[in-house]
Design a protein around this ligand. Structure first.
Ligand SMILES: [Zn+2]
Ligand SMILES: [Zn+2]
Length: 172
């Protein structure tokens, strides 16, 4: 993704507006594959101050992720604020990005912004009940008896109260 900046280089202080969307290929990061469920959409303003460009705005996309509790795959919206600088001559160990000619090449900045802001884990919904640790069934859609068999309090049965009533009747 590139911003053409020939005009802004001649007119320092002029605020340019840039919007683009592009489907990104999978990215490998720390042994994980990052897969995009939607195009990467970028809305930024950029301005040349005579030395370099400041670029500010928002990146939005969606990522294919796996629920940390139930392992279901789903598309999770992802957005990050961008506030970066591009300079022609970037000193070593500077946090700026380099540009040359009349173009700002955004791809490095965009992939950095995505990788640095990845969530450590995702859940498909805040109250996801996850998988049963014993039989592996999805507790969102199924109910197993593992927890009860493992010795936990049984769930109160709606018939318990009725049974007591019937027994009382017998005794009378
Ligand atoms: Zn889940
Ligand atoms: Zn179970």
């Amino acid at each position: 993704m590139k911003i053409p900046v020939a005009l802004e280089l001649k007119l320092p202080g002029r605020v340019g507006v840039f919007h683009a969307a592009e489907q990104f290929a999978d990215m490998e990061y720390l042994g994980q594959t990052i897969r995009f469920a939607a195009p990467v959409s970028v809305d930024v303003e950029y301005v040349f101050d005579g030395e370099g460009f400041s670029v500010k705005g928002t990146l939005r996309t969606a990522l294919h992720v796996q629920c940390a509790r139930c392992a279901k795959e789903f598309a999770e919206p992802f957005s990050v604020e961008l506030d970066e600088r591009f300079e022609k001559n970037v000193p070593e160990d500077s946090e700026c990005y380099a540009f040359s000619g009349e173009t700002l090449e955004l791809d490095q900045m965009l992939s950095d912004a995505i990788l640095l802001n990845m969530r450590p884990y995702s859940v498909c919904k805040p109250d996801c009940r996850g998988l049963c640790p014993i039989c592996g069934c999805d507790l969102n859609t199924a109910q197993c008896s593992c927890a009860r068999e493992a010795g936990e309090e049984p769930l109160p049965s709606p018939f318990a109260a009725l049974k007591t009533l019937l027994n009382d009747d017998k005794e009378v």
